[in-house]
Structure formats: C-alpha cells, structure tokens
Ligand binder design. Structure first.
Ligand code: ADP
Ligand code: GLC
Length: 493
C-alpha cells in the first residue's frame, strides 16, 4: 500500500482499510448499458489490491439471471413495504475475480429491462433503495461506507438519516458519485411519499425539491457526507448552470466536499496484446501488422471497402444528445462527399440519430457503416481497427471510450469538456506534443476542422507514429483512482 495511505490509516488510529459497499444499478460484466457498469465492476478489484474490502450490491437483472444463475448462491430473503406494496427481496451472492457481488432479486422489478423509463423506473430503484437499506443489517458484511452511484441509489443517505436514526444505516458514511448529472430521478413528491413515506417537511428547496419536483440526485447531494464526480474538469463544470442541470446551487453550497476523481479502465480486459476478440493481437512496439489485420477484418465484416490507405474514423457510443450527434449530423454529408475516408459507427439510442445514421449508410455504401446495436466483442474490434476515434460530446463526465480507444492505438478526436479534456492532450503541430485532437466549442465546424487536421496528419507517417505511440503509452489504470477513492473513504471516517 502507498505510504501516504498507510500514514492516513495511522493518523486515524486504524490498522485496516475501510469496508465499503458500492450500490449501483449496473455492474460489468454482469449488467451493462454504459461506463457506469465498467466503473462499478472495476473499482472494487483495484480497491482490493490496496486492502479495501469493497463489495457491490446491484439488482439481479434478467440479463444476469440468464447468464450466471448456476453460479449464484441464494443467501436469504425477506419482504419489505414499498408504500402499500409488500414486496419480496432475495439476496443472492456471486463472486467474480475475488469481488463479492450481492444481487437483489425481485422479478417484478428486474425481470426485463435494466431501466424501464419514467415512473416504472422510479419504482424499480425505489424498491432497490429500500431493499438495500433493509438488507444491510442482515448481510454477512458490515460496511462502514456506502458508496452510492448516480440517482438510482442517491436516496440512500437521506432515508438512512431521516428514517433509520440511531440505527446502523444512519451510522454509516455515504459517498455519492455523480457519473452523469443529466439523469436525476425527478418525480412528483406524491410518488416519493407513496414509495418511501417521506415526511412532507422535506419537500422544500433545502432538501429534495427542485423546480417543482422531488429530485433523487439532489437529495443525495444534500445528505451524502461527500460527493465526487468522475473527472476534475466535470467537478468544476457542474458548478455552473450550463452543465449542472439545476443542481449548481446545492453543488456550490457543498463545494468543500465535492471533488473529481478520474476513472480508469480495466487494462486486463481492454488489452490489445491478449484480447480474444481480435483477429490479430498486437503490442505498442509491434502494432502495425496487427492493427492492419484488424482493420481489414472490420472492413470485410462491415462491408467497407478493403483499403489499408484510407483513414477509418470510428464512434462506439450510446446515441444520445450527450455524445454530440447533432454535430455529426450537421457535417457528415460534407465530410463523406469531400474526403477520402471511412466511418464506422457502433451504437444505439435515440431513434432520430439511429435513423439518420442508417440512412447515411445507404448514401455512402462501402464508405460508411452504421451498426445499430451493441456487441462487446465487435466494440473491441472497432477500437483496434480504427485510426481515429470521434467523441464530440456536448458534456462528458469522464468518458471511458476515448481511453479504451487510445489503449488500442486509435487516436481520439474530442471536444474539450469533462473527462475528455482531462485525458486527451491535443496535438501541437509546433512542438509535436499530444496524443489526440480536440476542439473547444460545441460547434460542428470546429469538429470538422479537428477532423481535417487529423486527416492531414494521417498522411504523415512520422506524426501518426508519434500520436499513436503516445496514446498507447497512456496508463489509464484504475490504481490511481482507487487510491484516491481510498483517501476519500478515510476522510469520511
Ligand atoms: P457512457 O457511460 O456515457 O456511455 P463511457 O465512455 O463512459 O460512456 O463508457 C462507454 C462504455 O460503454 C464502454 O465500455 C463502451 O464500449 C460501452 N458502450 C458504448 N456504447 C454502448 C452502447 N450503445 N451500449 C452498451 N455499451 C456501450
Ligand atoms: C457516465 C458518463 C461517462 C462516464 C461514466 C462512468 O455514463 O456519461 O462520461 O465515463 O458514467 O463514470
């Protein structure tokens, strides 16, 4: 363990690192719709290496039951009241890579989609929240810290403090990590009262009320002992109205306990040297032939022209406004008509963006491929095969895809926001420094210029070599983040 952490332990008169329970809606590899799952799946492994016993509690989603049922152990079950509803709670256990994951079972709530949307989703995670609080005293593990993630688990500290006073739930410390402030869990107060029986005295702007709604994430910001988000830049961005989605007031009020901790990636899972999803594996030192085989394989599989000499731009993404699809839609035709390039999109999401990309694929056969959907293995091939990875996000709390792309030697083109700003150093044509390309404003033509510069660099082997090797050398491991989280946990005790 790092000397600084050992010193912190000694200062607090402790011999052991804290025990932590991470509560989250998704956890990779069991359930995943985006980066939240990756983080919840990877952080406990990195924490274990520095002596923190970190376990996870997450819903036993249908997709987990389908694939892991034979390895899941039933621990116990009980019933809870959710308003007038009397609901079954099963607590199951699954151990993977030395990490214990507790699964909250109830097929009525978690028998289909991870997120049902609207009020049904509110009910899914209200159920999960109450189930976690009621499961805590029954578990074979006594955490000192509950690490909540996003709005789905953000009501935990408030309920613990107002409804479990003097009990173990109230004695624990709560860290709230904001992975994405755009999702806050906003409902009518009558719904929250129905679900949780919260006293109306809490329905005020000091507590849970925001713009006429009860806001789960706001409640978390008010009641958590500490708050963090997933990059230093995003931690400052969410203090201004453009990014904060209404939470700037509470976040400014609590700025003393608000920090940014950059995520890492699972370097074993995302490793071009060992990745079973690739037709050829490669290393930093010997990457050319391996990457060429991957590019050829992707072009062949996706119906792109079999050309080694053309720059291949890729996006692997949820297709939402967050990810900058408005910019892509604005300049895609101009790019495809004028430039000798290829474009590969893997992702799904908003129908209007899906339709736009599907139609574009028809206009540019052999040049553009839009694979609507998501396949983990295919995503690895796209990272490995592409020359450039485009992420023009409107906002990006951290972003893992650009880090994964860099690990696979795909040079990122990003907007300078949130974690993208903290992880990509823009290419400087005068000093030759940098490991990617970036643009400042949310403007399609600025993005287009950054892509134009990337294409110009593509023609210069020496510049490209420098960019790729600097990108691949970036570490992005979870070790530093894990230490930072451990420090945060210790501060709270
Ligand atoms: P976000 O969590 O905002 O989607 P991140 O960059 O933090 O973005 O995380 C992306 C992670 O999710 C990566 O592991 C990526 O491969 C994966 N991913 C990207 N697009 C999708 C998608 N459409 N469905 C599921 N997972 C996706
Ligand atoms: C969210 C954010 C993304 C971040 C991920 C993990 O999904 O959109 O930027 O990397 O959470 O923290």
């Amino acid at each position: 363990m790092k000397e600084a952490l050992s010193q912190m332990l000694r200062d607090r008169g402790r011999s052991e690192m804290p025990k932590v329970l991470l509560a989250a809606a998704e956890c990779a590899p069991f359930s995943k719709t985006g980066g939240l799952a990756d983080v919840v799946g990877t952080l406990p492994k990195a924490l274990a290496k520095i002596g923190v016993d970190a376990r996870v509690i997450t819903p036993y989603h249908r997709c987990i039951k389908d694939r892991y049922a034979s390895r899941v152990e039933h621990l116990f079950d009980f019933r809870i009241m959710l308003g007038w509803r009397n609901a079954y709670v099963g607590i199951e256990r699954l151990c993977e890579d030395g990490v214990t994951v507790y699964l909250v079972d109830n097929e009525d709530y978690f028998g289909d989609r991870i997120y049902r949307g609207g009020l049904p989703e509110g009910e899914q995670y209200a159920f999960f929240t109450r189930a976690v609080l009621e499961a805590l005293p029954r578990l074979d593990f006594r955490p000192e810290i509950i690490h909540c993630n996003d709005w789905h688990t953000a009501m935990l500290p408030m309920l613990a403090h107002i409804q479990y006073r003097g009990r173990m739930q109230d004695e624990m410390k709560y860290l709230l990590t904001i992975h994405n402030i755009a999702f806050q869990g906003r409902f009518g107060f009558d719904f929250v009262q129905d679900m949780f029986g919260v006293d109306p005295c809490y329905y005020t702007p000091e507590f849970i009320e925001l713009n006429g709604c009860a806001d789960f994430l706001k409640a978390g910001c008010v009641f958590a002992d500490r708050i963090n988000t997933v990059s230093p830049t995003y931690a400052s961005e969410i203090r201004i109205p453009y990014y904060a989605e209404g939470l700037e007031g509470i976040l400014n009020a609590r700025h003393a306990v608000l920090t940014g901790i950059i995520n890492g990636i699972d370097r074993d899972f995302f490793n071009p040297e060992t990745d079973p999803a690739l037709p050829a594996r490669y290393t930093l030192a010997d990457r050319k032939s391996g990457k060429a085989v991957c590019k050829h394989a992707l072009q062949e599989a996706m119906g792109l022209a079999q050309r080694a000499d053309v720059p291949l731009f890729a996006m692997v993404t949820r297709m939402t406004e967050q990810k900058g699809f408005d910019l892509v839609a604005c300049v895609l035709d101009d790019m495809m008509c004028r430039e000798d390039m290829q474009f590969m999109l893997l992702g799904n999401g908003d129908e209007r963006f899906e339709n736009f990309m599907t139609a574009a694929e028809k206009r540019y056969p052999g040049k553009l491929c839009a694979y609507i959907g998501y396949k983990e293995e295919l995503s690895h091939l796209v990272y490995a095969a592409s020359d450039f990875f485009l992420m023009p996000s409107r906002f990006e709390p951290c972003g893992l895809s650009q880090m994964i792309a860099m690990r696979y030697g795909s040079v990122p083109i990003v907007r300078e926001t949130g974690g993208l700003r903290d992880t990509v150093i823009p290419y400087n044509r005068f000093t030759g420094e940098g490991d990617g390309f970036s643009f400042a404003n949310f403007d399609a033509w600025e993005m287009r210029d950054a892509m134009r510069l990337a294409m110009a660099c593509y023609k210069d082997e020496e510049i490209m070599e420098g960019l790729i090797s600097r990108a691949m050398q970036k570490q992005f491991g979870f070790e530093l983040s894990a230490e930072e989280y451990a420090r945060h946990y210790l501060w709270m005790l």
